[in-house]
Structures are given as structure tokens and as C-alpha cells.
Design a protein around this ligand. Structure first.
Ligand code: UDP
Ligand code: MN
Length: 282
């Protein structure tokens, strides 16, 4: 493929592809994966006021996310009665998993690891081939298809893809289990999208859950909670495929030359209004 991309890096030093528009042919990808009749689990947490994001998330996912695949959404929420009824395409369905609320957003975000681990053990492990774990305060705007499937998939955080590892907000305190020493690091991965084979994501969530609990026992919380532990895991367990920031944008960021299409983006939210405790953001 000599007409691919020249202004972005499209392969890692360990030969994993970095998926950008122009690096794959969607028709070829679809003709390979669609006949496999894969089951795709998708977890999304809508705890407290975040239920308000569910309708747009689901409606835009039905337009753009793994279209023509069997998708099973697992919605983790403490507000079952506020989950909107969204019309799903044939072969796609929703299961609601009740979870407790919390008065700290850091805990809601972090406890996803434990709850995904448990849900894989109890249910998803028997039902799905691949799993996507996605933030709910998001919308799909363009194709997100089978080009994203692989054993262990992470997404480059849109805030850091133009920077080198000295600038990444890794956890730098050796006392935390998420510690990454200076001079090390590949990419800064966003915690809003994790994917892969169910067994590989299970391993990742179990690891992050154990590290979060070990830190808590030592009264330390990593700089970006589960995202910090995720970044450490992925430094020593390299992803087999990496998604470019096309797959994890932020609405407040201006589009630029490298990003030819925004496929999935975090909406602008009023932190003080939707989060149960005080605002903090990257
Ligand atoms: N979340 C939630 N309720 C909350 C806080 C977070 O359901 O009160 C879930 C939700 O799925 C959200 C994810 O945790 O998408 C990550 O939190 P957030 O989006 O606030 O983090 P950010 O993307 O701003 O770093
Ligand atoms: Mn988010």
C-alpha cells in the first residue's frame, strides 16, 4: 500500500499498526470480518447524572459503531429507570447491570475495572468474542468498524499524540503501583477506550483492579486513577493494535491536518454540574 499516510506514524516499534484514515480499506476489512459472525460486547457506565449521555451515545453508535455486527451493549448504571429506550438494529441488544452510585467521580471511573472484570467472569466471557469498554460522555461521528479488532487494542489520547514521553501525565511517584520511570513510555493511552479479545481485556482489568486496590491500601491514588494503571500495563504488555486519536477526540479540540476524520469524540461537559465532586481535568 504505497498510497497510505506519510504525515503520521502508522506502525509502532513492535510492529503493531496504528489505525488512521487512509491506512486500511474498509471494503476489504468488512469482507474479512463480517462472515465471521463475531459477537461484540460493549460496556458503558452511566452512573449518577451521566445517564444523560446515554441516548446520544447509543443513537450515534447505532449509526457508526460496528454496523452490521452483533453488538451487545452492557449498560452499568444506578439509574435503571432513566435508561432511554433506543431502537437498535437487528442482532443488537442491551443488558442493564445495576451498580452502586458513589460520591467521588474518581471512584466511579476506577471501579469500572473491577466491574468489567466481574461482568466478564459472570456473563460476557460466555457471550462475546471481542469487547469494547467505552466512556459514555461521547458521540460517534464516523465509521468505527472491524479495522479496530485485535487481541489487545488501545487508543492514543488526543491530548498527547503530538508529544514525546517526557510530557505524558504518567504516574511518576515510585510509591504508586502505576509508576513509570522517567525515560520510559511509548504513547499516552486514553482510559476512555479499551478493547480486545475478552480474555485479554479480562487480564488487563484484573491487573488494574489489583493495582488500584494495592495503591488504596497504601493510601495513594495514581495521578489519573485507572488510566495511570492502564498506561503502565500497556507499557509492559504491548497492544497488538493502536487506534489513532480519530477514535478518541475531544469536542473542544480543533481539528488539524493529521486528523482527516473524527470518528468518536468526548462531548464538552460541565464538570461541576455532572460530577458528584469537585472538578479536575486534564
Ligand atoms: N462516570 C459515570 N458517572 C460519573 C463519573 C464517571 O458514569 O459521575 C463514567 C462514565 O462512563 C464516564 C467515565 O466514567 O464516561 C469516565 O469519567 P469522565 O468521562 O468524567 O472522565 P474524563 O473522560 O472527563 O476524563
Ligand atoms: Mn469521558
Amino acid at each position: 500500500n504505497i498510497s497510505g499516510r506519510t504525515n503520521v506514524v502508522t506502525v509502532t516499534p513492535w510492529l503493531a499498526p496504528i489505525v488512521w484514515e487512509g491506512t486500511f480499506n474498509p471494503l476489504i476489512v468488512d469482507s474479512i470480518y463480517k462472515p465471521m459472525h463475531l459477537s461484540i460486547a460493549t460496556t458503558v457506565f452511566a452512573v449518577g447524572k451521566y445517564v444523560r449521555f446515554l441516548r446520544d451515545f447509543l443513537e450515534t453508535a447505532e449509526k457508526h459503531f460496528m454496523v452490521d455486527f452483533k453488538v451487545h451493549y452492557y449498560i452499568f448504571t444506578d439509574r435503571r429507570e432513566d435508561v432511554p429506550a433506543v431502537v437498535l438494529a437487528p442482532g443488537r441488544n442491551v443488558t442493564i447491570i445495576p451498580v452502586p452510585g458513589s460520591n467521588r467521580w474518581q471512584e466511579i471511573s476506577s471501579r469500572r475495572m473491577e466491574m468489567i472484570q466481574t461482568a466478564i467472569e459472570n456473563q460476557i466471557g460466555k457471550e462475546a468474542d471481542y469487547i469494547f469498554c467505552l466512556d459514555v460522555d461521547t458521540k460517534f461521528h464516523g465509521r468505527w468498524g472491524a479495522e479496530t479488532l485485535s487481541r489487545l487494542v488501545a487508543t492514543i489520547h488526543p491530548g498527547y499524540y503530538e508529544q514525546t514521553h517526557e510530557h505524558y501525565p504518567y504516574e511518576r511517584r515510585p510509591a504508586s503501583r502505576a509508576y513509570i520511570p522517567a525515560g520510559e513510555g511509548d504513547y499516552y493511552y486514553g482510559g476512555a477506550t479499551i478493547a480486545g479479545y475478552v480474555r485479554d481485556v479480562h487480564k488487563l482489568t484484573k491487573y488494574c483492579r489489583e493495582q488500584l486496590e494495592a495503591d488504596a491500601a497504601n493510601s495513594i491514588e495514581a495521578a489519573w486513577q485507572e488510566e495511570s494503571h492502564l498506561n503502565r500495563y500497556l507499557l509492559y504488555n504491548k497492544p497488538t493494535k493502536i487506534l489513532s486519536p480519530e477514535y478518541l477526540w475531544q469536542d473542544f479540540k480543533a481539528k488539524n491536518n493529521e486528523v482527516q476524520i473524527i470518528r468518536f469524540s468526548q462531548v464538552n461537559k460541565n464538570y461541576a454540574e455532572v460530577r458528584p465532586n469537585v472538578k479536575k481535568r486534564k
